[in-house]
Design a protein around this ligand. Structure first.
Ligand code: TXA
Ligand code: MG
Length: 327
């Protein structure tokens, strides 16, 4: 089956109430017709995702928002003009017709237009906006290749569209307009500095205060099985006698000192590092190591999203969600 046929088949599955994994520029999503609650319910089942965690609705054009939201504030509109298609999700007041299972009963809905030709074609042909979380078991790292999806959810989804590796590699930035002033709920593919250059200062919500309505912000999330610790590169030596893997930002001066080292970007480029992040952690996770030691990166630009994911992957606080993810 060639790509065009695969996309047509995927859309046909959606129109008949099925679920399809599909590529976006950030990570792979697991999608259903937003207006088919039973199909959306299957996504929650397959992911073992708690029902209080709402989904992002993916559109092929800003024109599709008319079916989803009641109001688009001026600042949100400006951001869409600047960053769509792209890794920015905005949370807006929802229309009554958007099923509660999609929004987890909230009066808002999260929407974004992905920057990926195959995804856009798939949404268009489906003739409905596509509700989709990342295509991983709840709590685990998001998939950035079709192979990652196949390994974890392969036999439980109706089709996996293969669009190659995701070029952004971390999830979208989520900005909420639910209470008038814009609030950053999750750092992601669009750096907050770029958002602020368009609409001015944005409030950054800390995860502790938000957990029930936005589990992507739960302390322990995006986690591999192997424990991760965050450490400065100078501290790596102290793990020498343990069965450790290393995740470094840039090729160390003088080459690699340890076995099992993943370099996120040879030349220290944040974009490249973000695109490699989840696949690199997955490769280390597959080695059955005692611990993964990850180098902290500066929290500017995409470095903020990278550190956010590393912190959540390393956090030991939230055993409940970790256990769910492992089941
Ligand atoms: O890049 C992405 O955003 C990827 C691709 C597939 O689009 N999707 C993704 O979805 O990361 P998911 O479900 O793994 O994360 C969505 C996050 C969750 O933390 C959820 O709580 C939050 O978005 N969210 C969704 N609707 C919301 C709403 N109405 N209010 C607040 N947070 C919301
Ligand atoms: Mg997710």
């Amino acid at each position: 089956m060639n790509e065009t046929e695969a996309v047509h088949q995927a859309a046909e599955i959606i129109r008949r109430g099925g679920i399809v994994a599909f590529p976006t520029e950030t990570v792979y999503g697991l999608g259903a017709d937003t207006f088919a609650p039973l199909a959306v319910a299957r996504i929650f089942e397959v992911k073992k995702r708690p029902h209080f965690d709402p989904l992002i609705v993916h559109v092929a054009s800003p024109d599709d928002l008319g079916r989803l939201v009641t109001d688009i504030p001026g600042h949100a509109r400006k951001l869409m003009v600047r960053f769509w298609p792209g890794p920015l999700t905005v949370v807006l007041p929802k229309r009554e017709e958007v099923p509660d299972i999609v929004s987890a009963g909230l009066p808002t809905v999260a929407v974004r237009m992905p920057d990926h030709a195959m995804a856009l074609r798939f949404i268009e042909l489906s003739e409905s906006p596509i509700a989709a979380p990342s295509a991983n078991p709840f709590g685990y790292l998001s998939p950035t290749t079709a192979e990652h999806v196949r390994e974890q959810l392969g036999d439980q989804v109706d089709l996996i569209l293969d669009g190659g590796p995701c070029h952004v590699g971390v999830e979208s930035t989520i900005l909420s307009f639910s209470e008038g002033k814009p609030k950053l709920l999750r750092p992601g593919g669009v750096p907050v500095e770029e958002i602020e250059s368009v609409i001015g200062k944005v409030e950054i919500v800390r995860s502790e205060t938000q957990s029930p309505s936005a589990p992507g912000m739960l302390p322990r999330h995006y986690a591999p099985r192997t424990p991760i610790v965050l450490a400065p590169e100078e501290a790596f030596d102290s793990y020498r006698n343990r069965n450790a893997g290393y995740l470094v930002f840039q090729e160390p001066v003088g080459g690699r000192a340890f076995d099992h080292t993943e370099v996120l970007s040879q030349k220290g480029d944040f974009r490249e590092a973000a695109a490699n992040l989840f696949a690199a952690i997955r490769r280390l996770d597959a080695l059955n190591l005692e611990v993964i030691v990850a180098e902290a990166v500066p929290e500017i630009g995409l470095g903020r999203a990278i550190m956010d994911r590393l912190r959540r992957a390393s956090c030991e606080d939230d055993k409940i969600y970790y256990d769910q993810a492992g089941s």
